[in-house]
Design a protein around this ligand. Sequence first.
Ligand code: SF4
Length: 152
Amino acid sequence: MATANFVRFTMLFQRIQHLFKNRLPGQLVVQLTDQCNATCPQCGMRRTEKFPRSMLELDEVKRIIDSAAANGVEAISFTGGEPFLYLDRVIELARHAGVAGIRYIRTGTNGFMFARFQSPRFDAKIHKMLEELACTPIRNIWFSLDGESLYI
Ligand code: SF4
């Protein structure tokens, strides 16, 4: 019985492999930093954790992107930590990835910029951020809204 199940599983796996063969672009995930301004209890990168934070060097990431593009990678995700703490870097790297020929460029945020929506400068700040993002080849932005998160 166990052997029959194994054979069925193997056949299913092979069919799935066949189904997706050459259809899913290779993906590169770049964790730019382990800095974050949220306090999600399940995450070791929350801002209340005491450890030396780090940040990848821009030129190093650009070399990685170039190498990935040369090897056929078509999708890249810039993660953290909280990438939007360093939006200028994300934008620069996204542009670099676009020039390198990577088609699917993604990044995400915990949404901290929406926390102070009652501020008189809120609309202007969000508008500026969206204008900057609109001038990039970034294709998708995810928002990880976590009810347990608190932002500074
Ligand atoms: S927002 Fe993300 S990186 Fe930051 S503490 Fe929460 S789960 Fe961790």
